[in-house]
Write a protein that binds this ligand. Sequence first.
Ligand SMILES: [Zn+2]
Length: 343
Amino acid sequence: MVCQCFIIPKDVLDRFAKDLDLTESQRKAFADAAQFENEWRKVRSVQTRLSAAARNMLVSGAQAVTPPAVTVYNCNHSTTLPGAPVANPGTSSDITAKTAFVETRAVADFYQTLFGRNSVDGAGKTLMSSIHFGVNYNNAFWNGNQMTYGDGDGKIFVDFTRADDVIGHELTHGVTQFSSQLAYSNEAGGLNESISDVFGSMFRQWRAKQTVAQADWLIGKEIMGPDAIAKGYTCLRDMANPAAAHCLAPQPTHYSQYKNGMDPHYSSGIPNLAFYKAATAIGGNSWDKAGKIWYKALTGFAPQPNMKMKTFANRTRTLAKSMFPGDRAVLAAVNGAWVAVGL
Ligand SMILES: [Zn+2]
């Protein structure tokens, strides 16, 4: 399953499109972004077939050994993808081009260094980003093939490349697409979204060299604009406290609150909290133990598009034991974390 995975859930866009505190042009920008997200849903099945065909070709292909190429394109406020290529984005005077390039390369480095994975597909796929998409576009997304970033309206949201966890989150949708192939609905959808938050947050912690105790566990903190902050929002989501009022999109924290049909951006709160609890109970760096277990649970098995949360939880229990046989505290931490969220 290919997801057209947007960082901002549609109902948040709908909410701002009706928010009378906003100007008419601001509300229109949100309504347009929500409509765009709707249209993407319609092409999802076509993208899914394309991606499956591409994957079949990969199986017989040679594995790339060099790091993936990272490319940046400038939409110049149009909505035509990918836009015009940016020459030497790493030294561009356009801070958005430079950030998209540097952070995307860092995500590739993160997956290679910590998990031995070459790009999102494990075969060196070129990582392509389009920037300055649309006018005041309040979102960022992975469309199954590339990244796209809006500039935000400067009030509720600012330039979406500013948050490295957003970049890590979206590219991780690519990793999921090319590994466990989780669907984007029901329990698998919640897992899919959570995996992106888990590795996006882990990437942000790794970049900042933060231990689990030093990390703030917020998602999307750096894209919150002045008007959102004035309304009391500090982030999109908070992995340590998914239901908190300071989240733009507060989430359930226990499996008993899960319902089929729930937007994956919400049900992901349950496995997000489990990862936070496991990683903090283990201590140290999130990527050393908890991250390794979650990565293997995602990539070490045959694809299972309709996986249940309980299946994923049990995989991590088994892996905690087999990967860290001399360290029973790891299993206890992982088990306790899932039990706490009802799984
Ligand atoms: Zn996502």
